[in-house]
Design a protein around this ligand. Structure first.
Ligand code: F1P
Length: 347
C-alpha cells in the first residue's frame, strides 16, 4: 500500500504541486498556514503532519478534531490551506467541518482520501488519493500509514514552493521515501516478537502509551487501535506529561508501551521510562538498533533495524498496530468488526 501511494512521487522524480491537482501550484504557493481537520485515526495522521509542516515547510499548522471544529466559532484566515483527512471520504463530521470552513471563506481545500469520488474529495479543490486498497477492517490501519506518506509529500511540496527545500534536501527526502517500503517490511518482520508481547497484554485491563515529539501521535494511534479492537482501556500521553497526572496510575499491573526511537528526544524519554520503573510499571519499548539500550528487569525491548530519520513515525506505526491486532486475537475479539463501531461514520 505504501509503495503504491509513493509511486506517483517517485515516478515524477520530484515533489510537484501537480501531484495534488491541476491548479495546485496556484493554490499552494502563497498560503500562510495549514488547518487540518479529521476524526479518529485520520486525526492522528494530522497531528503527525503538524510536526513535519512546521519543521520542514516552516508554516504554522493547527490540527483539530473535525467533530469539534464544526461547532466552534472559528476565526478563518483564507490564506490557510484546509486539509481534510479521511480514509472513507464519507465521515459526516469531517464533511461538515469542511463545509463550515468553506462558509468561513476558505476556498483553498485539499482532501487526503482513500476512496476516489467519495463525498469529501468531491467537495474539495485539491485531492491526493492514498492507494491503500480496500480497508477490510473497521479500524483504519494501512490507511493511516499511507495518509502519513501523503502528508509527508504535501510537506515537502510546500517546503519546495516556499523556498525551504534545496535540491540536496529534496533528493534526500525522495531517497527516504524510496527506502520506506523496505523499512516497513523490516518492521513487519518484527511480528513474532510482538506476538510474544501480546500474550502478556491479553489479560490486562489497562495500558498506557507514551511518545515524544513526532512519535506522540503514534502512541495515540497505538492506544486507539488497542481500544478499538481488543477493548482494553488504553490512553496515550506525551511522555513529558506523565508527571502531570498519569504517573498516579502506574503500578505493577500497568503495562506501559513507549515509542522510543533514537532521535533527539531519546534521553528525555529514557528518564520518563525510569519514572515508570520506579513505580513498578512494566515497560514495553519500541526502539531501533541505533538507540543502544537493551532489555532489563521489567523492561522489554523490540528494535526496528535502523533509525530512518524523518519518516520514523511511519515505521513505528507498524509494531503498535501489530500489537493491537495480536492482543485482539489473543482475547478472541472480532478484529475486523469491533463492537459498536462502523466503517464510515455518516451520522
Ligand atoms: C475516521 C474513523 C476511523 C476509525 C473508524 C471510525 O474514519 O474515526 O479512524 O478507525 O473506522 O472512523 P475516516 O474519516 O478516516 O474514514
Amino acid at each position: 500500500a505504501i509503495a503504491d501511494t509513493i509511486e506517483a512521487v517517485i515516478d515524477n522524480g520530484a515533489f510537484a504541486p501537480e501531484l495534488f491537482g491541476a491548479d495546485a501550484a496556484e493554490v499552494l504557493r502563497d498560503i500562510e498556514g495549514v488547518q487540518i481537520l479529521a476524526c479518529g485515526t485520520s486525526y492522528y495522521a494530522g497531528l503527525t503532519a503538524r510536526y513535519w509542516i512546521e519543521a520542514i515547510a516552516g508554516l504554522p499548522c493547527s490540527v483539530e478534531i473535525a467533530s469539534e471544529y464544526r461547532y466552534r466559532t472559528a476565526v478563518a484566515n483564507p490564506k490557510h490551506l484546509v486539509v481534510t483527512i479521511s480514509q472513507s471520504g464519507e465521515t459526516l463530521d469531517t464533511m461538515e467541518a469542511l463545509k463550515y470552513a468553506r462558509s468561513l471563506g476558505h476556498d483553498r481545500t485539499l482532501s487526503i482520501c482513500n476512496v476516489p469520488e467519495s463525498a469529501i474529495p468531491r467537495a474539495s479543490r485539491l485531492v491526493y488519493y492514498t492507494r491503500a486498497g480496500a480497508e477490510i477492517g473497521v479500524a483504519s490501519t494501512k490507511a493511516f500509514t499511507t495518509q502519513l506518506v501523503a502528508l509527508f509529500t504535501l510537506t515537502a511540496t510546500l517546503a519546495k514552493l516556499h523556498g525551504r527545500l534545496d535540491a540536496t534536501q529534496e533528493a534526500e527526502h525522495l531517497d527516504a521515501l524510496r527506502h520506506l517500503p523496505g523499512s516497513v517490511q523490516h518492521a513487519l518482520n518484527l511480528e513474532p516478537q510482538v506476538t510474544g508481547w501480546a500474550e502478556r497484554f491479553a489479560p490486562k485491563d489497562n495500558a498506557l502509551f507514551l511518545g515524544r515529539g513526532v512519535h506522540y501521535p503514534i502512541a495515540l494511534e497505538g492506544a486507539l487501535k488497542l481500544k478499538e479492537i481488543s477493548y482494553i482501556h488504553a490512553e496515550a500521553y506525551p511522555a513529558g506529561e506523565l508527571k502531570h497526572g498519569p504517573l498516579a496510575l502506574v503500578d505493577e499491573a500497568m503495562p506501559v508501551v513507549v515509542i522510543a526511537p533514537n532521535d533527539r528526544l531519546l534521553e528525555k524519554v529514557k528518564s520518563n521510562m525510569q519514572e515508570v520503573r520506579a513505580r513498578g510499571g512494566e515497560l514495553f519499548v519500541f526502539t531501533d538498533e541505533d538507540s543502544h539500550f537493551g532489555p532489563s528487569d521489567g523492561v522489554h525491548v523490540i528494535r526496528a533495524p535502523r533509525h530512518v530519520g524523518v519518516l520514523s513515525p511511519i515505521v513505528h506505526t507498524i509494531p503498535v498496530q501489530l500489537l493491537a491486532y495480536h492482543v485482539a486475537l489473543a482475547r478472541g475479539t472480532d478484529v475486523d468488526k469491533p463492537r459498536n463501531l462502523a466503517k464510515s461514520v455518516t451520522v
